[in-house]
Design a binder for this molecule. Sequence first.
Ligand SMILES: NC(=O)c1ccc[n+]([C@@H]2O[C@H](COP(=O)([O-])OP(=O)(O)OC[C@H]3O[C@@H](n4cnc5c(N)ncnc54)[C@H](O)[C@@H]3O)[C@@H](O)[C@H]2O)c1
Length: 265
Amino acid sequence: MSDAAAAQGPQLQEWTEKITEGRFDGKNLIVTGAGSGIGRATASRIVREGGRVVGVDVSRERLDDVAAELGERFHPIVADITDEEGVAGIVDAAGATIDGLANIAGIMDRMQPTHEVDRALWDRVLGVNLTGTFLLMQAVLPRMLERGTGAIVNVASEAGLRGSAAGAAYTASKHAVVGLTKSSAFMYANSGLRINAVAPGGVATNIEGTFASELGAARVQRGMALIPSIAQASQLASSISYLLSDDGTNLNGVILPSDGGWSAA
Ligand SMILES: NC(=O)c1ccc[n+]([C@@H]2O[C@H](COP(=O)([O-])OP(=O)(O)OC[C@H]3O[C@@H](n4cnc5c(N)ncnc54)[C@H](O)[C@@H]3O)[C@@H](O)[C@H]2O)c1
């Protein structure tokens, strides 16, 4: 990158996705947040590598659009992952044999420090990012344990690794996703399961990144000044599909930063 480009802030990375033919042949996976961004890119990668994907989102319109692109190996399910009935419907649609779960659906907070967070926002962010992730894991785990195989990838964040990347609610939710991932990886390590997380840095998606706090903006923007580059959603799909696939063999309890090096700063 030239000095002039660096002065303009982080640039979108250039890269060309390369499919691994047949990597998910015969595999059946659930991907949440499949209507947009990282979830959509992950569902697309798995389907193009031979897998069947039950793609979950709250937005029917987004899912219809993805289904039109991906065809018959993509099964859209409109559901809210915070709703237990919705989660039961997702797992029913997936059937008895579930090879993988990618917990990607998530929402941002408004970059507010603790004393400015209102209860409704706290409950919503923790509800989607943490409880939704937990509910999906709890629903698929018995089926994976019965077969003695399965891979789960949760999506944490740079905000799951440090305190300077978002507001209090989002940061707490993503640190908790890291804890849930590690506890589960440890608990099921002798049961044939692999449970890992990816911690994205900046990614170009539809996620809302509003600043509703002067203090939050001033502090978080300092942390963001160290972002080396912005990734494409397909780059995150590459990291997530790697951990979901058999190429991730021997990886369990890993929190993989996929951030162009931001976490090394
Ligand atoms: N984009 C980034 O810079 C970035 C950085 C770090 C982590 N992440 C994480 O990556 C994940 C994916 O985010 P993205 O950037 O692709 O966002 P996105 O907004 O483009 O996509 C998220 C999708 O999840 C869906 N969703 C939201 N709440 C849901 C719910 N309750 N039930 C079902 N679906 C729901 C949304 O409708 C949306 O289609 C999130 O967990 C996010 O926290 C993103």
